[in-house]
Design a protein around this ligand. Structure first.
Ligand code: NDP
Ligand code: BG6
Length: 513
């Protein structure tokens, strides 16, 4: 028992890659994985899914026997799919090496089948082709639903009834949005469960696959110095900040139906918050981690209208260039009230976090692209240096910043003596900049998530009760915003967002980092 690969993996004896090789080696010639990208002609498939699959192939993380099928309504031959896919594949892993040969080998394993999403017959044709490639081996099947949400259920019904694996596992990766409120999300879950068991459903939140988000638990639970500080006793507030320096560009039609709160806060930022605030899980098993995340979400107060401000970007001319406003997008109604920016204050009513504001800020068309967690610590009680030296650092507190992207880094702002004969303090950073410390390029989130789905590792996927808890925090305020037709504060394209965000933070004596 002690010698099982899983036990060794848990004990840190086997790396994930070794485990992977072990698993597939032991089944060599016996099993195959067929990956079907449903909606293969679309933006996400081209931009993220195929490149991630190629990177996994390049790294030797895919099993010996695998086949990738693209499935969509567009008419395409296998070669046309390969041609389309090849345009977005890059040699990101080792830029010095010409990975052309690997690309050719990868593309040879990619095929295409054209079909409707609601046709069992078309999925049965796909099943036939998959079987030919599986060549009698023990077959496992992964379907990645990279399609608009209104066709999820039909696609799941047809795939599960006509193209499930006969003897291996069948798993389905579902992309967000998982509904647009508690009711529609519950309806989606209910409909999916008519055809799939919960353990076959892999709900993606790609932020959970980002390196620095995965590292959050390592930082907290494997460094003695952080965990004792991780509570209301030492932490004054925590900020989760997402900003993009471009607008909805081409996705206005989708975005207008959802808005920034549903697009970013209810999922990406809330997931990070849950990982940040959860108690120590019993183990690293998926269920233990997800149990702790659900507890945090269920301890939170539903967001109040007073604790939210919303904004929408307007056109702005800078350096002779005119940047369009949100409602200039042809796919967006001229009178749209959909927020492209929001700031919110959330609270966790439990012993660890009582009274600590958890602030979120998310916006499109801002001055920069970044995602960060900022932890602001309390003041040093009776601070000797503020009192005795009237330092210009008056009230400067420690701040821990986890920069998720770009330029991944973890840094801690400390007060430090400026070298010299006098006694002057400044604020310096203890800085772990990933590009300086680690030479290996960071994998894209989709690579990690796809590999986990193939391996059946659910830790980074959203469980249905987590989803329910997340929606119940945001649904009331989303309905109120819509019902009261709250007009978003406008902000110029490329700015720092609406001033209201500062007032909201000031109400809780917080300054945005
Ligand atoms: P697309 O709009 O590009 O749609 C994917 C494919 O679905 C299209 O190529 C089209 O294929 C088919 N399709 C599109 N609209 C319809 C329709 N109304 N009825 C039937 N089929 C349709 O989506 P994306 O690739 O951008 O996104 C896929 C999923 O991933 C969505 O759920 C999206 O919300 C989510 N997502 C996307 C992100 C992105 O960056 N693009 C980021 C995060 C999530 P065909 O006509 O050939 O059948
Ligand atoms: C998606 C949102 O989930 O995340 C997009 O739908 C957003 O609106 C994207 O642009 C941001 O992801 P990333 O990985 O580029 O930060």
């Amino acid at each position: 028992q002690d010698e099982t690969p899983l036990k060794k993996l848990k004990d840190g004896i086997l790396s994930k890659e070794q485990k992977h090789t072990f698993d597939f080696d032991s089944n060599k010639d016996k099993s195959t994985v067929s990956i079907t990208v449903v909606g293969a002609s679309g933006d996400l498939a081209k931009k993220k899914i195929f490149p991630a699959l190629f990177a996994l192939y390049y790294e030797g993380c895919l099993p010996e026997h695998f086949t990738i099928f693209g499935y969509a309504r567009s008419k395409m031959t296998d070669d046309e799919l390969r041609n389309m896919v090849s345009k977005t594949l890059t040699c990101r892993i080792d830029k010095r090496e010409n990975c052309g040969e690997k690309m050719e080998q990868f593309l040879e394993r990619c095929f295409y089948h054209s079909g409707q999403y609601d046709s069992q017959e078309n999925f049965a044709e796909l099943d036939k082709k998959l079987k030919e490639h599986e060549a009698g081996r023990f077959s496992n099947r992964l379907f990645y639903l990279s399609i608009p949400p209104n066709i999820f259920i039909n696609a799941v019904r047809c795939a599960s009834l006509s193209a499930s694996s006969a003897h291996g596992w069948t798993r389905v990766i579902v992309e967000k949005p998982f509904g647009r409120d508690s009711e529609s999300s519950a309806a989606l879950t209910g409909a999916l469960k008519q055809y799939l068991k919960e353990d076959q459903i892999f709900r993606i939140d790609h932020y959970l696959g980002k390196e620095l988000v995965e590292n959050l638990s390592v930082l907290r639970f494997s460094n003695l110095i952080f965990e004792p500080l991780w509570s209301r006793q030492y932490i004054r507030n925590v900020q989760f900040i997402f900003s993009e320096d471009f607008g909805t560009e081409g996705r206005g039609g989708y975005f207008d139906h959802y808005g920034i709160i549903r697009d970013i806060m209810q999922n990406h930022l809330l997931q990070i918050l849950a990982l940040f605030a959860m108690e120590t899980p019993v183990s690293l098993d998926a269920e233990d981690i997800r149990n702790e995340k659900v507890k945090v979400l269920r301890s939170m107060r539903p967001l109040q209208l007073d604790d939210v401000i919303v904004g929408q970007y307007k056109s702005h001319t800078k350096g002779g260039v005119n940047y369009p406003g949100y409602t200039n997008d042809k796919t967006v109604p001229k009178d749209s009230l959909t927020p492209t920016f929001a700031a919110a204050a959330l609270f966790i009513d439990n012993a660890r976090w009582d009274g600590v504001p958890f602030l979120m800020k998310a916006g499109k068309a801002l001055h920069t692209r970044s995602a960060e967690i900022r932890v602001q610590f309390r003041h040093v009680p009776g601070n000797l240096y503020n009192k005795n030296f009237g330092s210009d650092l008056d009230q400067a507190t420690n701040e821990l910043v986890i920069r998720v992207q770009p330029d991944e880094a973890i840094y801690l702002k400390i007060n430090n003596k400026v070298p010299g004969l006098g006694m002057r303090l400044d604020r310096s950073n203890l800085n772990l900049l990933y590009s300086a410390r680690y030479s290996k390029e960071i994998p894209d989130a989709y690579e990690r998530l796809l590999l986990d789905a193939i391996e059946g590792e659910r830790r980074l996927f959203i469980r249905s009760d987590e989803l329910d808890a997340a929606w119940s925090l945001f649904t009331p305020v989303l309905k109120e915003l819509e019902h009261k037709k709250i007009v978003p504060e406008s902000y110029p394209y490329g700015s720092r967002g609406p001033i209201g965000a500062h007032y909201l933070a000031a109400r809780y004596k917080v300054r945005w980092g």
